[in-house]
Design a protein around this ligand. Structure first.
Ligand code: NAD
Length: 356
């Protein structure tokens, strides 16, 4: 089946990524689809319209890009974009509905067939469309934490002769957590890794990504976090709301001016004191601890992030477009025929409604 595929520009605070770079969009044209893009959608990532037009993509007005059969974007639609949601539309982007149940309701009420990048699974149960962004967010977490620690307690992670290095705790040793641990180790911090998966902890120890590992129990988390200059949250249960691993009392026991970077905030956060922030105002202080809880960390590295995202996303878009309405990739479909149809997402959305 041939589809009209629309690439729309992002409007979230500080967001400069585009879902498909010119090679990614060109791949869809070569597969026989008609591809339209909102004029200027690639500008923030350094891809001007002519770079797409040369490959057969048509630059059109925003309304026309949203009018395509299958709309592809990076972040979940902001409330001001909900006017574009209509029956028959197929949408493919990051949705993170566990953290925004009101968007799940809007998609269902308006009859959108909504597919999420973050729940697409490969044959091994891994998340190939989330991984490239987790990689970037993990690397960024180390840089952000080190910078914020200067503003907070004034600690340099690497220490100095006669002064011990700073301590970091990474909760969740998946793609994001491992890259954060590696970055923090690169800055000579002393890093403890925590995960419920013993194999991951064993591998990370062997690879030297962390000095030590601990199974996360309330006591072990309390001890490790109380001693930490930096805590990075990166625990994920696919589709579900993030597990609360670090409790408020653990945060309250940290040294004043220490830093929390909760990457899992896009799924609701794995640190109790975390709440979403935006790139233009990324940090707040609670319990004396600086919290950086931006939901679109890779958006500030658009050139790298858009290329990495497009390389993973373009073949998936092609498959979804060719399959036509009702077609899906393993794990992709979150909302269809007025219902949340992904098991873990449906459970999380239901639980969030119960809390309201
Ligand atoms: N804020 C951002 O801009 C941004 C960008 C990219 C990714 N993320 C988010 O980062 C998070 C991690 O993504 P990922 O790709 O690394 O996931 P992943 O699936 O690769 O890794 C998640 C890890 O969490 C572990 N885990 C699950 N429950 C746990 C618990 N109770 N305690 C400790 N560990 C636990 C899992 O065993 C796994 O090792 C996700 O929420 C993802 O959406 C955020």
């Amino acid at each position: 089946m041939v589809a009209v595929i629309g690439i729309v520009a992002e409007i979230k605070d500080g967001e400069r990524r585009v879902a498909l770079d010119p090679p990614g969009a060109g791949l869809l044209v070569d597969a026989g689809h008609e591809v339209v893009m909102e004029r200027g959608a690639g500008e923030g990532s350094g891809f001007p319209d002519p770079a797409y037009e040369r490959l057969g993509v048509k630059a059109v007005a925003r309304e026309d890009a949203w009018g395509a059969d299958l709309v592809v974007k990076v972040k979940e639609p902001e409330p001001s974009e909900w006017a574009h949601l209509r029956s028959g539309l197929r949408l493919f982007c990051f949705l993170h509905l566990a953290a925004v149940p009101e968007l799940a309701a809007a998609l269902a009420e308006r009859g959108v067939e909504a597919h999420a990048f973050e729940t697409v699974e490969d044959q091994q149960g891994r998340l190939p469309l989330l991984a490239p962004m987790s990689e970037i967010a993990g690397r960024a977490a180390a840089v952000v934490a080190a910078g914020e620690l200067a503003a907070g307690s004034g600690t340099l992670l690497g220490g100095a002769a006669g002064v011990p290095s700073g301590r970091a705790v990474v909760v969740g040793l998946g793609t994001a957590g491992r890259l954060a641990a590696r970055g923090l180790r690169g800055l000579d911090a002393t890093v403890t890794g925590m995960d419920i998966d013993l194999d991951r902890m064993r591998e990370d120890s062997l690879m030297g990504l962390v000095e030590s590992t601990r199974t996360p129990t309330p006591d072990s988390v309390g001890e490790a976090v109380a001693d930490a200059d930096v805590v990075v949250g990166a625990a994920l249960v696919p589709g579900a709301r993030a597990p609360t691993v670090v409790r408020r009392e653990h945060v309250a026991a940290m040294h004043p001016g220490s830093v929390i970077v909760d990457l899992a905030i896009d799924q609701g956060g794995c640190i109790e004191t975390a709440r979403p922030t935006v790139l233009s105002d990324p940090v707040y202080v609670e319990e004396g601890v600086h919290h950086y809880c931006v939901t679109n960390v890779p958006g500030q590295f658009p050139r790298t992030a858009s290329r990495a995202l497009a390389a993973a996303v373009a073949p998936a878009v092609e498959e979804l477009a060719s399959a036509g309405p009702g077609g899906r990739l393993p794990g992709s479909c979150n909302v269809r025929d007025g219902e949340v149809v992904h098991g873990a997402v449906a459970e999380a959305v239901e639980a969030a409604r119960g809390r309201e």
